[in-house]
Design a protein around this ligand. Sequence first.
Ligand code: MG
Length: 337
Amino acid sequence: MSSSNSDQRITLAHGSGGKLMHDLIKNVFLSNFDNPVLNILDDSAIIEIKDASLAFTTDTYVINPLIFPGGDIGKLSVCGTVNDLAVVGAKPLYISCGFVIEEGFDSVSLEKITQSIAETAKKAGVMVVTGDTKVVERGKGDGVFINTSGIGICTYPLPQEIEIGDRILINGSIGDHEIAVLSARRELGLNIDIASDCAPLGDLISEILGVSARIKFMRDPTRGGIATVLNEIVEDKDFGILIEEKEIYVREQVKGACSLIGFDPLYLANEGKVVVIVDKEDAEQVIDTMKTNPLGMDARIIGQVVESPKGRVYMKTEIGGTRIIDMPVGSQLPRIC
Ligand code: MG
């Protein structure tokens, strides 16, 4: 979307995490809000207050359906926000919770979602310290939308300079969340036995930060999947990334669903995964540490930072070819988070 083209309308793809959303952010939001803290566009803003570095983030959840295998909008709204704090090297401390509820929404579901927020916050070690409630007329919402903001304290200096040879790690299988949500919608006649990976990653991340001083960068591959995260990392950089298909763990159910509907697992959303870039000397130790946590049992080294091609992501396929992995334009599915 170009700011000069004012009759253009927002599409679902503008909210997908792909190229259209990046363009929207650049052309509309960044050009108006322009400041050095925001312009970094990391998962959380880092703000300096007196002697402390704080991480600050916000996220709005519009997932459909509200309850899905492995979670619900409440659990998701805590995990997404605390994970955005954790991946910038911060310990999540406090979150806010704003509800936009549609008239007629049943109070039992609201109670259930709220309990889920409380349980997940407890697990993640954060307190819900402020909130807001709005109700909109029937038909003007879709059950409930939730916004959470979060504050954490920075404990680890990130990002660090990425170098050729650094390894790319992930703590397990990809695509579980998006396929679980898709299956719960029953739209495509899919009924796949898979649960979302939705989980707070603060403990796993603080464990790996405790064993390596050479973790360079982390990001949670939510909307747009690992393909989007890897492309964001190499964008305008003097290096590229090469990943190996055989090292990327895709569960059989996810593979099956993808081949049925023509999705690519690299672009599927995750809600309990972190992509980590670490010095090659420390990669094995970080993997071993991840594996001691239930959320990292299937951790793998999936690739490395390479000198060329610069600014691109390539994948060595299982049959020995190479494939360019591009930034997606839109997502494969709207309203998955
Ligand atoms: Mg994120």
